[in-house]
Design a protein around this ligand. Structure first.
Ligand code: AMP
Ligand code: MG
Length: 337
């Protein structure tokens, strides 16, 4: 099939909404990363998302709604705390896992009896949800396992010929996927995937916020996980990624010892004057690192990198999300000095 590139004009957004209403899959911009959207209530359309990505069937899709007040249509119970969180963080990069009802088919939830609900703030995504009148299931619009897309061009590279259209809404603001939480008790949530809504921000509303251990540690084969996405190799470019937790001098020693053809360093903006090796940079603070990480991982592949030593980001604030994506991209290969 031909994959049409649409823009953010009202006319093109109507076309995208029409495609989704009719069961097609469309690449959509959001404030986190680009998503692969289809009608969450249409089993066949949802199967087409899994097929286009090559995504394992037990990895659930997040359902995107125009307003949190619509969540009652697709869930069977909503705790008071969820309303409080919605008041503070919706629309935005927060996904809440809630018990689903029958309007969300099992294919969409990866066989779980819960569904992740998110209210995106990106005006293009928001408008397409409104115009389609559909709950939109949308995982990240990358080939499964590869770094998530933050531009329409990335989506085109992964999905050309596999989906009906892509809407270009510019570069994603945050650059990492949403924070996913579940509810442990009346006043406690658990972070299943870190994102731009940080633990500190959630603590403004919740009495306690637990960071699920699987965020920073490898899940053993066959272990039961709270969030199926934790099981899979993720975010990895073709190049072999090695994360190095050290100061700049020690980092440069590691690169020196292992340097050779097709070896790159991925470092912070301020590091460059001291780095005599082939390198790229990914910003100087956690927000910039989040914004740039996936793009750089794709660019390193394009440059022909085979091995990349990456300076580990600080795991504070949104940095925890960057650290979580990188340690998975590295397949948990970390050098700590
Ligand atoms: P992606 O669609 O690529 O952003 O990935 C979504 C991730 O959110 C999945 O891999 C899961 O880890 C998590 N998730 C989505 N829905 C649920 C759910 N119902 N329960 C637990 N985790 C979920
Ligand atoms: Mg993904």
């Amino acid at each position: 099939m031909d994959t049409f590139l649409l823009n953010d004009s009202e006319n093109d957004l109507l076309k995208a909404a029409e495609l989704i209403k009719n069961g097609s899959v469309v690449g959509l911009p959001t404030e986190t990363v680009y998503g692969l959207g289809a009608d969450a209530a249409n089993e066949e359309a949802v199967r087409a998302i899994f097929a286009a990505k090559g995504r394992p069937a037990d990895n659930p899709l997040i359902v995107h709604l125009a307003d949190f007040s619509d969540a009652v249509k697709y869930t069977s119970a909503i705790p008071q705390l969820a309303y409080k969180l919605a008041d503070r963080f919706c629309p935005g990069p927060l996904t809440m896992v809630l018990p689903k009802n029958d309007r969300i088919p099992m294919v969409t939830s990866g066989g779980l009896d819960t569904v992740g609900i998110r209210i995106p703030s990106h005006p293009v995504m928001h408008r397409i949800i409104e115009l389609s009148g559909c709950p939109i299931a949308a995982p990240s619009a990358n080939t499964s396992g590869y770094p998530s897309p933050t531009t329409a061009g990335h989506v085109m590279r992964d999905m050309q010929g596999k989906i009906a259209a892509i809407v270009d809404g510019g570069q994603s603001d945050f650059g990492v996927e949403s924070t996913v939480i579940s509810f442990d008790s009346e006043d406690t949530v658990r972070i299943l995937r870190p994102g731009a809504v940080t633990r500190e921000m959630l603590l403004e509303v919740c009495s306690d916020v637990i960071i699920d251990p699987a965020i920073l540690h490898e899940v053993e084969e066959g272990a039961k996980v709270a969030s199926p996405g934790m099981k899979y190799k993720h975010y990895s470019p073709k190049a072999d990624i090695i994360m190095v937790e050290s100061n700049l001098d020690e980092f440069l020693n590691v690169v020196e010892k292992n340097y050779g053809e097709d070896v790159y360093a991925l470092i912070f903006d301020g590091d460059t004057c001291n780095c005599p090796y082939r390198h790229m940079t990914y910003g100087s603070d956690s927000s910039q690192q989040a914004h740039l990480l996936f793009q750089r991982l794709r660019e390193l592949d394009e440059a022909g990198a085979k091995k990349v030593y990456v300076r580990a980001p600080s795991p504070e604030g949104i940095g925890l999300a960057v650290y979580n994506r990188l340690i998975r991209a590295a397949g948990f290969e970390v050098i700590r000095i």
